[in-house]
Design a protein around this ligand. Structure first.
Ligand code: 5GP
Length: 185
């Protein structure tokens, strides 16, 4: 089963995913790749495999990606082989994926659960982006309205007001969906 968490940049997706992974040893971060630079605190494979634009374009050419998108000027994508193998082994994967990539994954894979995380307000989101020292705030906000519109396509929407409440809601959704997934398969 794949749990996709989407939402505008700065809404808190990574905090939520890290907490979910800490508290659920049976879950794994879905491996994805990007051409953006590594941020402080990140390391190869966590949360991305960081590769060059040329390497990424070679993977596109060789049909090695289930999906890829250009987000905020960089490539992001989901490698086919490794993800399909993990899903075959019945792993529960989780990852933040942009709203367009999500639609492709829903069509390409079985048992994909989509969750959209919203901020309490756009103002709160801007404050968060400023406080984390984000350099390209305008580029990140440019997608906000589009992402909010696309949230209608998600199975679940959570407003990230209090982080603890968000984690509890996520855990319940994942538990319920996993039970259903076992019954269905
Ligand atoms: P960030 O640079 O902040 O880590 O991520 C920027 C955006 O890329 C986020 O909206 C995130 O959801 C999206 N993203 C991360 N990995 C993937 C991926 O493998 N595929 C797609 N389509 N989007 C991704």
């Amino acid at each position: 089963m794949l749990v996709i968490l989407s939402g505008s940049s700065g809404v808190g997706k990574n905090t939520v995913i890290n907490r979910i992974l800490e508290e659920n040893p049976n879950m794994e971060l879905m491996p994805t790749i990007t051409t953006r630079e590594m941020r402080p605190g990140e390391e190869p494979g966590k949360p991305y495999t960081f590769i060059s634009k040329e390497e990424f374009e070679e993977m596109i050419e060789n049909n090695q990606l289930i999906e890829y998108q250009i987000v905020h000027g960089f490539y992001y994508g989901t490698p086919k082989k490794i993800v399909e193998e993990k899903l075959k082994k019945r792993k529960i994967l989780i990852k933040d994926i942009d709203v367009d990539g999500t639609q492709v994954l829903v069509k390409s894979l079985d048992n994909v659960i989509t969750i959209f995380l919203k901020p309490v307000s756009k103002e709160q989101l801007i404050e968060r982006l400023i406080s984390r020292g984000e350099q390209r705030i305008e580029a990140r906000l440019a997608r906000y309205d589009y992402e909010e519109k696309m949230s209608e396509k998600y199975k679940y929407i959570i407003v990230n007001d209090k982080i603890e409440d968000t984690i509890e809601k996520m855990k319940k959704i994942i538990d319920d969906e996993y039970k259903q997934c076992i019954i269905d398969n």
